[in-house]
Design a protein around this ligand. Structure first.
Ligand SMILES: NC(=O)c1ccc[n+]([C@@H]2O[C@H](COP(=O)([O-])OP(=O)(O)OC[C@H]3O[C@@H](n4cnc5c(N)ncnc54)[C@H](OP(=O)(O)O)[C@@H]3O)[C@@H](O)[C@H]2O)c1
Length: 246
């Protein structure tokens, strides 16, 4: 499979979880991949090493996406290394699960700084620096469709990402750039499994038509398609990758 041959793709938060699997699948499909990380330097380098070992091309670059100056430096370094960026995958995200009454100012700010400001920061750079006819894939969540206690600030941040996605698609469409969001259902990563009982995991698995939690590979395959030219007529959409969850 070489549908992404010669595309240069930046994946935020790809040191582990869904992002790491996206980076590996994009590279396997022929893309050159910028593996962005915040704190997981060794994990990010391992993703790069695995890609290089399989004959692909990748580099690891540190940047906290919530910081505008770090995102600018990330674009500078990526473009210095590869010459351009064709596709931006805004995968980096965190989830703070708290009842609204227990959520502190600091937790609210951190949730929005990484999930919303992080997506905003990279799109602001991409507005002028992503290649013409490029693609942007943002990350929302399918739990926006159900009302789970303790998910308030998380789903609010992802709803903001979906709205930014729709508006931005109209702002960069003239350059041929399509912008979409992917909404995974519950997926087997640390973000989802941390602190969950077996009973809750089983209940959430039962929401899918296939009675299972998603795997990072399930989500990455959707991103590989959206990053390809075959998906160019899809823009301003939010695509559920959730095994038929509500
Ligand atoms: N797992 C699910 O069930 C699920 C469901 C729906 C949506 N999602 C969304 O899918 C995306 C990936 O989630 P995941 O489950 O793979 O999470 P994860 O396993 O916790 O991995 C998160 C990744 O984001 C990076 N990251 C965190 N803060 C960052 C920052 N400030 N700047 C740059 N990178 C940062 C982490 O890098 P470091 O380790 O280097 O800090 C890590 O690589 C998120 O947007 C999440 O909201 C996940």
């Amino acid at each position: 499979m070489s549908t992404l041959k010669d595309k240069i793709i930046l994946v935020t938060g790809s040191s582990r979880g869904i992002g790491a699997t996206i980076a590996r699948q994009l590279a396997a499909a022929g893309a050159k991949v910028i593996v962005n990380y915040a704190g997981g330097k060794d994990a990010a380098q391992q993703v790069v090493n695995d890609i290089l070992q399989d004959g692909g091309d990748a580099i690891a670059l540190q940047a906290d996406v919530s910081k505008g100056d770090e995102v600018k430096a990330l674009f500078d370094a990526a473009m210095e290394h590869y010459g351009r960026i064709d596709v931006l995958v805004n995968n980096a995200g965190i989830m703070i699960n708290k009842l609204i009454k227990d959520t502190t100012d600091e937790e609210f700010t951190r949730q929005f700084d990484i999930n919303v400001r992080g997506t905003f920061n990279t799109m602001r750079e991409a507005a002028t620096r992503l290649s013409d006819n490029g693609s942007i894939i943002n990350f929302s969540t399918s739990v926006n469709r159900i009302m789970l206690p303790t998910y308030g600030t998380y789903v609010a941040s992802k709803a903001a990402v979906e709205q930014l996605t729709r508006v931005f698609s109209k702002e960069v469409g003239a350059r041929g750039i399509n912008v979409n969001s992917v909404s995974p259902g519950p997926t087997n990563t640390a973000l989802f499994t941390n602190g969950k009982s077996d009973e809750l995991m089983a209940r959430l698995a039962s929401l899918s038509a296939f009675n299972r939690i998603g795997e990072p590979e399930d989500i990455a395959r959707v991103v590989v398609f959206l990053a390809s030219d075959d998906a160019k007529w899809i823009s301003a959409q939010n695509i559920g990758a959730n095994g038929g969850m509500a």
